[in-house]
Design a protein around this ligand. Structure first.
Ligand code: CP
Ligand code: NVA
Length: 305
């Protein structure tokens, strides 16, 4: 049976560690510029209904360097669900390509795509979640601290797709995960429930960011208005006053705490310029690791991991 990667908890804890170990191996090969072409004569269809820098570049570069051909399909190309039914796109692309990666608005569409495709489907972000990002994030934390024990991650900002992915990861790996958000911008209740019911992690949703970051090993943030919500920005800015990750907030975290952001960042809103440029900031390593972890995910899904 083919495997897809739609949610981070589609993987068991052992499989998550397997992918992280594989990502470490693949990263070493890439850094040494070894010839490594497991995807020779294969192709990856990359469907984008939303803009992207990191996701497009990292998937295309990674797959190409692993010997394959990656095809970028822009929001104007397929118009999935509009020009053509999702289930038809799924079956057509499966006849041409060995893997599908898609960034879509509706989460129901990525599920439908996976249900009807006969090749593995990778979720490259929906309104609901961003599992490739969270795998790269936890890989980056492991690399920086050399272990994942007693890890307190404090996310400050909007309870969005990134938070849903952290919550789902917390259902698979033991974490202390805190989301500090304005009351009206909390993550989805059902996902919170799923994470708590797994009984592995400590999960808190609180509304005071300065209190939240106490003892944090990692302070994480993301934009206050995600793709598809940009028109709400002015209204959101009012609710997010006091939620900027600035030097004062980083100083309230554990000594040596790391700063992370999935990027793109809006400097001066959710994060100060100073924090982005500080030694605590590992955002560019985090961005680089997207490629290595996604390479490992593609190898794993195609039975080469
Ligand atoms: N973090 C991330 O997914 O970036 P892009 O939107 O640029 O792909
Ligand atoms: N929450 C952001 C993440 C971008 C990578 C968005 O969905 O726009």
């Amino acid at each position: 049976m083919k495997r897809d990667f739609i949610h981070v908890d589609d993987l068991t804890p052992d499989e998550i560690h397997q992918v992280l170990d594989l990502a470490r191996e693949v990263k070493t090969k890439f850094k040494r510029r070894e010839i490594f072409q497991p995807f020779a004569n294969q192709s990856l269809a990359m469907i984008f209904a939303k803009p992207s820098a990191r996701t497009r570049i990292s998937f295309e570069t990674g797959f190409t360097r692993m010997g394959g051909h990656a095809i970028y399909l822009s929001p104007q190309d397929i118009e999935i669900g509009k020009r053509e039914a999702v289930k038809d796109v799924a079956r057509v692309i499966s006849r041409y390509n060995d893997l599908i990666m898609a960034r879509l608005f509706a989460h129901a569409h990525i599920r439908e795509l996976a249900a009807h495709a006969t090749v593995p489907v990778i979720n490259a972000l929906t309104d609901y979640n961003h599992p490739c990002q969270i795998m790269a994030d936890i890989f980056t934390v492991q690399e920086a601290r050399s272990h994942l024990d007693n890890l307190k991650i404090v996310y400050v900002g909007d309870g969005n797709n990134i938070v849903h992915s952290w919550l789902r990861l917390a259902a698979r790996l033991p974490l202390h995960f805190v989301c500090a958000c304005p009351p009206a911008y909390a993550p989805e209740a059902a996902t919170l429930e799923l994470a708590r019911e797994a009984g592995l992690s400590t999960i808190e949703i609180i509304h005071d960011p300065m209190a939240a970051v106490q003892d944090a090993d990692v302070v994480y943030t993301d934009v206050w208005a995600s793709m598809g919500q940009k028109h709400e920005m002015e209204e959101r800015k009012k609710h997010f006053q006091g939620f900027q990750v600035d030097t004062r907030m980083m100083d309230a975290a554990r000594a040596g705490a790391l700063f992370m952001h999935c990027l793109p960042a809006m400097r001066g809103l959710e994060v100060s310029d100073e924090v982005m440029e500080s030694p605590a900031s590992i955002v560019f390593t985090q961005a680089e690791n997207r490629m290595h972890v996604q390479n490992a995910i593609m190898l794993f899904l195609t039975g080469q991991g």
